[in-house]
Design a protein around this ligand. Structure first.
Ligand SMILES: NC(=O)c1ccc[n+]([C@@H]2O[C@H](COP(=O)([O-])OP(=O)(O)OC[C@H]3O[C@@H](n4cnc5c(N)ncnc54)[C@H](O)[C@@H]3O)[C@@H](O)[C@H]2O)c1
Length: 261
């Protein structure tokens, strides 16, 4: 299976390394990067445009670049009839982009595949939805310094925080739009469960944590569940959970396997 990547960063590196361990079953053929992506993170070449990437005739494209890449490339990839994995799920909180992606997927023979990313329990949440969900809440805690470079800097003195401090409380759409680099998990929970408006999100700066801690709670006809992950950072990007790349590897493993789990 030929895999094309969009992005040449931490996730792309881990995914390419994983493909290399799977021999002919998964082959990373090329990556689309920005001009700043000079050296490839894998053994595949970097290209500068979508037509160049699609010239490799990939079976599946993995977006691991950021929101702008989803906006620029999702619809044309689907219009080419190719499956697309979107890891920057927070981009889909933009209602216009979501409509565009949905329409392109509906008319394409390719599918949009949304990995669980850094969040646990997405399989259970989307299964529970089939019987009806009553509530879904997500609490994401990170060390105060992890919120630097976000709107939290304007509302809080991050260096002075000495106890768990809520920096955002609202629905998943507002979380993803306000904290685009930090709320992919909120968007994934919303897409799997109750939607962007009805999913409640709390973002916390917590000096007591060293990892990214996501606590997902859901209740409905199935019963109730609480799932918590303390995610280690990716080896090459402290802002990305290692689990995000692992969830893509699992997705690709399933794509290329006779048995899916
Ligand atoms: N779903 C999740 O739980 C989850 C978790 C972590 C990260 N993510 C998403 O994954 C993305 C990638 O993470 P990473 O750690 O590999 O980031 P990174 O910063 O290490 O790498 C991003 C790469 O994408 C490239 N890029 C950016 N915009 C581009 C564009 N428009 N076209 C082509 N290339 C572009 C950059 O040059 C860089 O090579 C993040 O931006 C984030 O949106 C999702």
């Amino acid at each position: 299976m030929k895999i094309a990547l969009i992005g040449n960063g931490a996730i792309a590196k881990l995914v390419a390394e994983f493909c290399a361990t799977r021999g002919d079953r998964l082959n990373a053929v090329a990556a689309l990067g920005l001009p700043s992506d000079v050296r490839s993170v894998g053994n595949h070449p970097i290209v500068r445009s979508l037509p160049e990437l699609l010239a490799f005739r990939p079976d599946l494209v993995v977006e691991c670049a950021g929101h702008s890449a989803v906006a620029a490339y999702a619809a044309p990839i689907l219009d080419a009839g190719i499956d697309l994995v979107i890891v920057s799920t927070g981009s889909l909180a933009d209602a216009a982009l979501w409509d565009t992606v949905r329409a392109a997927a509906a008319r394409s023979k390719g599918q949009v595949k949304l990995p669980a990313g850094a969040l646990p329990g997405i399989d259970a949440l989307s299964a529970a939805k089939l019987a009806g969900l009553a509530s879904v809440t997500l609490r994401s805690s990170k060390p105060p310094k992890a919120w630097k470079g976000t709107p939290a800097e304007k509302t809080h003195d991050l260096d002075a925080i000495i106890e768990p401090t809520v920096i955002f409380s609202g629905n998943a759409r507002a979380a993803a739009l306000t904290f685009p680099k930090n709320a992919n998990v909120a968007a994934t929970a919303a897409l799997a469960g109750l939607g962007f408006e009805a999913t409640t999100v709390t973002l916390v700066a917590d000096p007591g944590v060293t990892q990214n801690v996501h606590r997902l709670e859901a209740a409905g006809a199935f019963g109730a569940m609480t799932l918590e992950i303390k995610g280690n950072p990716s080896p090459d990007n402290p802002k990305t959970s290692h689990m995000a790349a692992l969830s893509i590897m699992r997705l690709l493993e399933n794509e290329a396997s006779a048995i899916i789990i």
